[in-house]
Design a protein around this ligand. Structure first.
Ligand SMILES: [Fe+2]
Ligand SMILES: [Fe+2]
Length: 382
């Protein structure tokens, strides 16, 4: 029957529904249309016509004609071969001839409406009352799946607006890293796409990256905007941002799945990160991707305490820290995603501004025994 996993979207559901109804009710041709509350077509699917004929059919039906009448009236309409109906309109080019007709409304769509119809009963007989009943069962099934899809879509919209609001508040709070979250999100998306891990949800990466530093809302301005080095105590407060951020989103049902990404975005592959000192694959993959994207942006943009570094140096630094600070697989994907001369340049400029106001500031980054430097970001793991 119909796909209830919601994997394919409304158009897939409707395509399956018309194919199914055409096969079960032995019709030559079937079509389904859904309109929104303003009467605009949402989806239109057909079965039993060639791709050429389908493209000749062009735009979805307007909501008039026999199909529109069935949807408007909310009643099944069954016409024998050759019967006329006052709502019938001329067929568009490419439409198969309508002989007998069975139109079935799709119920319970709220402000939307929809219907499907079949024509060209193949076995030499007309559509029957039993066919009407079967059509109603299919329509009820389609309605349930569409409603589930709409629920998911609404939730996603609500989730997006919550994220946008939090990002705006964060950016307003910390002007120094304005647009940092958008860049990290753009980089994380590219790395995740290159990684191609089947168990990695791209929306989680995207949203987690956008909100990864939302916990800095809980860090006092005196620390967040301090131009010089942080004291040990100040650094502890700064490092609390990953936990604070996870707590902020954990309180919102639509955002709570992002909490692990936010909490763990400063963990290190070798277990030397914070707050939980997770190691290797125990760190959520989305958090490992965000960690690399975050560092890439931190290194390639000016900060109040040091100047930006060129992309080539930043990538070399990722390579040096592969297997210690970062997941080697994620670094490999990042190096491929941002390789020089690649098809798609970085989505936002990362070249250091010139002349830099901090000509010697990269000296703040000290080499560690593992080969990594430190000081990409004052909140990065030591
Ligand atoms: Fe952070
Ligand atoms: Fe960050």
């Amino acid at each position: 029957m119909l796909d209830l996993t919601l994997g394919g979207g409304i158009s897939d559901t409707l395509s399956q529904a018309v194919e199914l109804s055409r096969a079960l009710l032995q019709a030559e041709y079937a079509a389904v249309a859904i309109w929104d509350g303003a009467g605009e077509p949402v989806e239109f699917a057909t079965a039993g016509v060639s791709a050429e004929a389908r493209s000749a059919l062009g735009a979805p039906p307007t909501g008039h004609g026999l199909l529109g009448e069935v949807a408007r009236a909310g009643r099944t309409l069954r016409l024998p071969s050759g019967a006329a109906h006052p709502a019938a309109t001329p067929l568009p080019p490419g439409h198969p001839p309508v002989t007998n007709f069975l139109g079935v409304p799709i119920p319970h769509l709220g402000d939307w409406r929809g219907a499907f119809y079949l024509t060209g009963r193949r076995v030499g007989s007309e559509f029957t009352e039993q066919d009407e009943e079967m059509g109603a069962v299919i329509a009820a099934h389609v309605a349930a799946v569409i409603q589930l899809h709409r629920l998911v879509l609404h939730e996603r919209e609500d989730q997006r607006s919550l994220i946008s609001m939090l990002v705006e508040i964060s950016d307003a709070h910390e002007h120094a890293t304005e647009e940092h979250s958008q860049r990290v999100s753009a980089y994380a998306r590219r790395i995740a796409a290159e990684l191609g891990a089947p168990d990695l949800d791209l929306e989680t990466v995207d949203d987690g990256a956008l909100l990864h530093d939302v916990g800095k809302l809980g860090v006092p301005d005196s620390i967040l905007k301090k131009p010089g080095s942080l004291t040990a105590d100040e650094r502890v407060i700064m490092m609390a941002h990953s936990q604070i951020g996870a707590e902020i989103v954990a309180g919102a049902r639509l955002l709570s799945p992002l909490a692990p990404v936010i909490r763990q975005h400063h963990e290190r592959w070798d277990g030397g990160g914070y707050p939980d000192r997770l190691r290797g694959a125990a760190i959520p993959l989305a958090a490992r991707v965000v960690a690399v994207a975050d560092t890439l942006d931190a290194m390639t943009t000016d900060r109040p305490y040091r100047a930006a570094r060129p992309l080539s140096e930043a990538l070399e630094e990722l390579r040096r820290c592969s297997g210690t600070h970062f997941d080697p697989g994620v670094v490999k994907a990042a190096l491929k995603a941002f390789r020089p001369g690649g098809e798609d340049p970085l989505p936002m400029a990362v070249a250091p501004r010139s002349p830099s106001p901090w000509p010697n500031s990269t000296a703040r980054c000290r080499r560690q025994p593992g080969g990594c430097t430190r000081g990409w970001d004052r909140s990065s793991a030591p």
